[in-house]
Ligand binder design. Structure first.
Ligand code: ME8
Length: 501
């Protein structure tokens, strides 16, 4: 029986259209999901939208819409983005789904039964944009002396009757858990951040609101809706059958990894595990925080700054494979990275079009033209065997070892080095010259090259599924001795749009 693997992304706020940061997270998770499936794992992969909360209610009001209407409209856009980018999710969850409503109330009841919830009065700072409460000592000062959250967003003073969660009681249990499970929070820099935050002291957390009603009602407490993060985090267990249990629950919980961005580590690595401990539910095995995509010149992209790149526009212009490959290859996973359209075109042309695409195109064309399309057997000269071993090691050992630890940029680098080795072999063997001097050797050389294409295409399949699948299909048409068709380019060359286009 294959080992289950449960991976989730954060669920996005559908308060506007998805931007490239959302696409990045979905793509990274999808590459991991496809990679795990290729290893024979039984994968459950969940993504979705976080529809409740004040941020959504305010965005809807600004646009003259009902929150539910805005949530539906924008959730549809997020879902469509996932479909268009080839994201192979098993469930696209929305926190407005009825089973989620039940799950959120169920975890609340379990936390209440544990004695961890009490009614009180919250007075303190709240950031609507972060949907987060902050301690006075965490705030920084803005340009005009105004108070800002550590994320640089505006905060306001809140005074409200609220249910509190006894987060303070979980300070030591959380530190113990992190110490006993060294991979619980990754990368290490994020873990250190979390540990020092916890060691700084945890205060009880306000987990209900009374000033608006766009959320899951607190059970048996009229006028209170659940804090949006308690509601949102619960999506991870809703999706696998909480509170009923059942086959998916048994199989997939605890999750193998929650993939998130670095700005929401506190919610996932402090609040969520504390909620789960309180409810008596096992903790996820890992929270992995990726970095932020920055715009030209390293500027933070945000809706309010108006410099967000539309992922669908880029994918429409250059193709889904190009966007997926570029984002994972360009940015060191776990760190921030700048992305520009220029850099995408340059890299994809150099690596996918001119290197791998060209290798496949040249090889299949020569076979088509010179050997009536019949795939020849690989040669067994030293150079042939060495090349096949280089490709095998890159595709079977190096790339998987790097992907295993989320180092997509290094895994694809190892793969690319093998592609370069194949191209160097073509140039050295010059099969076009052998055609006249030694046609048998030409067939061996082309057979050797054809034998590199299947592992190379399979290895890059999770990252660039369309082009890689096209190469695999073109090759498989030649299985059993039938001739391959005239090859079609799997990775076409890209062009920058002209200024006035
Ligand atoms: O935080 N680069 O939703 P969200 C990379 N609803 N990643 C980015 C990014 C960027 N420029 N901007 C955002 C929320 N992200 C909550 C999550 S989970 C129970 C609730 C990432 O729409 C961000 O880090 O603001 C997060 O992981 C995801 O996109 C959704 O962000």
């Amino acid at each position: 029986m294959s080992k289950p693997y449960y991976l989730s992304t954060a669920i996005s706020y559908p308060n506007g259209a998805p931007h490239i940061g959302h696409a990045y997270e979905a793509i990274a998770a999808d590459v991991m999901a496809r990679f795990r499936r290729s290893q024979g794992r039984d994968v459950y992969f969940q993504t979705g939208t976080d529809v409740h909360g004040l941020k959504m209610a305010q965005a809807a009001r600004d646009q003259g819409m009902e929150p539910a209407e805005l949530g539906d409209k924008m959730s549809n856009m997020f879902n469509a983005m996932c479909d268009d980018l080839g994201i192979t999710y098993d469930r696209f969850i929305r926190t407005t789904d009825s089973d989620h409503h039940r799950a959120a109330q169920a975890i609340w009841r379990q936390m209440a039964e544990k004695g961890d919830l009490y009614l009180g009065r919250y007075e303190g700072w709240y950031s609507v944009r972060d949907e987060a409460f902050y301690d006075e000592k965490e705030l920084k000062e803005g340009e005009n002396g105004e108070k800002l959250s550590p994320e640089g967003t505006p905060v306001e003073w809140q005074v409200e009757e609220t249910w509190f969660f006894k987060l303070s009681a979980y300070q030591q249990p959380l530190l113990d858990h992190i110490a006993a499970n060294p991979d619980f929070i990754a990368p290490k820099s994020r873990k250190n951040e979390v540990v020092s935050f916890i060691e700084g002291g945890l205060k009880d957390l306000s987990v209900s609101r009374t000033s608006f009603d766009w959320g899951v009602p607190v059970p048996d407490s009229p006028g209170h809706v659940m804090y949006v993060w308690l509601d949102a985090l619960t999506n991870y267990i809703t999706g696998v059958g909480y509170p009923d249990g059942g086959e998916n629950w048994e199989k997939y919980w605890p999750a193998d990894c929650h993939l998130i961005g670095k700005d929401i580590v506190r919610f996932h690595a402090v609040y969520w595990p504390a909620f789960l401990m309180s409810a008596g539910i096992e903790l996820p095995k890992q929270v992995y925080a990726h970095g932020f995509l920055l715009g030209e010149g390293g500027v933070k992209m945000s809706k309010s700054l108006g410099n967000v790149v539309d992922p669908m526009e880029i994918a429409g212009r250059h193709g889904v494979d190009a966007l997926r490959y570029f984002l994972l290859r360009e940015v060191t996973f776990g760190q921030d990275g700048s992305v520009t359209e220029d850099a995408l075109v340059t890299r994809v042309n150099a690596e996918l079009a001119n290197s791998f695409g060209n290798l496949a195109q040249r090889t299949l064309s020569m076979i088509h033209k010179n050997l009536d399309g019949v795939l020849p057997a690989a040669g067994d000269a030293d150079a042939d065997k060495a090349l096949l071993e280089t490709v095998r090691a890159a595709c079977e050992d190096k790339l998987p070892a790097e992907f295993d630890r989320w180092a997509f940029e290094k895994g694809t680098e190892a793969w690319l080095q093998a592609v370069y080795a194949c191209n160097a072999y073509v140039d050295e063997m010059a099969p076009w010259a052998l055609k006249k001097t030694d046609p048998d050797r030409m067939a061996e050389v082309l057979g050797t090259l054809a034998a590199t294409l299947t592992p190379l295409a399979n290895a890059i399949l999770p990252v660039a599924p369309k082009g890689a699948q096209s190469i695999l299909d073109q090759l498989s048409a030649g299985e059993g001795g039938s001739p391959i068709d005239k090859p079609v380019p799997a990775f076409p060359r890209l062009e920058m749009p002209t200024e006035d286009a």
